[in-house]
Design a protein around this ligand. Structure first.
Ligand code: SF4
Length: 373
């Protein structure tokens, strides 16, 4: 597939309000999305949920300077601490024309001397010029996550996986301070979990600083789109969390043997940079059982229970009621919270924050029920 994209137009006035908000707090940090629209047509795209899947041409919501100002003046932004993601909601950051905005945004942040972790996720072409430009950054902890699935059904994923494989190889050859992750997703039972795909993932993992494997968001809107293009239902349920059946996980872990692989994106980022996991997964049962000992030691050294006063102050800052907050079993428990409130406290403390209404079940690693009953 070759793409030619003309200079980006401004987004139309009827862009949904959620997409006009260019800064959003997500589990991987503050997400900056001032370009929306993507021609790559992955059937499982999260844009179905934002009602933006039909916008194939990327559009600019605001210029890079205004977007960076919106990010760094956001109430939840902490210099040198808050993880940042750029263009991870509604476009691919390395598309032609879009990548100009990616590079400019990175340079504006780096120019402020910020050392925050920055995640950039792409399945498109990362070429040598891109790597050279990213390598000139001096302060941001930059990670490029190369999305690759091993799916060979063009209805589900029209982009040839060879594009991502080449991007990973280019990064492996030319990147030093820019870390690279093989982002193996979405893994779907019966579609891309066979031994051949696991074997190919193992080969590709050797090009990466770290590898993450993760499942499918099988939301109602995504299931409806799959049906509309003739793909039979991939799972029975359409839950809020990603689906990663127990047996699929077991086969992947057996296939990788002693080659490092991570369940959580932030754990792979931590390993790649030699820092502690900013999501504090260390407190959660059996997340760390597949993690190399040297990384467990780094996380353990940084994992300290925050004081009640500190948590209460952060909760007040996030507008969260403090009356029922408690610390138990390596996590902070809260009620009636939004994701934004929980992740703000989690990233500020390096300690997991869970809402009692969404309990994390032992060994499930925050995933959906399907495949674990
Ligand atoms: S030790 Fe645990 S929390 Fe830290 S990176 Fe490894 S798996 Fe993640």
């Amino acid at each position: 597939m070759s793409l030619s994209i003309e200079a980006l137009r401004m987004a139309p006035a009827d862009l949904p309000a959620t997409l006009r908000e260019v800064v959003e707090y997500r589990k991987s940090g503050l997400s900056l999305n001032h370009v929306v629209g993507c021609p790559l047509d992955c059937a499982y795209c999260i844009r179905h949920v934002f009602d933006n899947y039909d916008m194939k041409r990327p559009h600019l919501v605001m210029d890079d300077e205004a977007a960076v100002a919106a990010l760094t003046t956001h109430w939840a932004f902490r210099p040198h601490r808050t993880p940042i993601q750029i263009f991870n909601r509604a476009t691919d950051p390395f598309l032609p024309r879009v990548k100009e905005h990616l590079h400019r945004t990175l340079e504006l942040l780096d120019g402020q001397g910020l050392t925050n972790p920055v995640l950039v996720i792409s399945r498109w072409r990362v070429d040598r010029e891109d790597v050279k430009r990213m390598e000139r950054l001096t302060s941001l902890k930059l990670t490029v996550l190369v999305t690759w699935s091993g799916i060979d059904d063009d209805r589900i994923e029209p982009i040839d996986g060879a594009v991502a494989e080449k991007s990973l190889a280019t990064l492996a050859t030319d990147a030093v301070r820019t870390k690279r992750i093989l982002y193996w997703r979405p893994i779907i039972a019966g579609i891309n979990d066979c031994d051949d795909v696991i074997g190919r993932a193992r080969e590709l993992a050797r090009l990466a600083d770290a590898t993450v494997f993760t499942g499918l968001f099988h939301r109602d809107q995504i299931r409806a789109h799959m049906r509309s293009i003739g793909v039979p239902d991939l799972y029975d349920s359409a839950p809020r969390r990603k689906i990663m059946p127990r047996l699929v996980e077991r086969n992947i872990l057996d296939g990788f043997g002693d080659q490092p692989i991570f369940r959580k994106t932030s754990c792979a980022v931590a390993f790649a940079h030699g820092i502690a996991d900013y999501n504090g997964h260390l407190g959660i049962e059996s997340i760390c059982d597949i993690c190399p000992k040297r990384q467990v030691d780094i996380c353990a050294a940084a994992h300290a229970e925050p004081s009640r006063e500190r948590i209460a102050a952060l909760a007040r800052e996030a507008g969260l009621a403090t009356g029922t907050i408690e610390i138990a079993n390596g996590r902070i428990l809260v009620d009636d919270s939004t994701e934004q409130q929980r992740y703000f406290i989690q990233h500020a403390t390096g300690f997991q924050v869970h809402d009692r209404s969404h309990p994390h079940l032992p060994g499930r690693h925050g995933r959906a029920e399907e495949g674990w009953e």
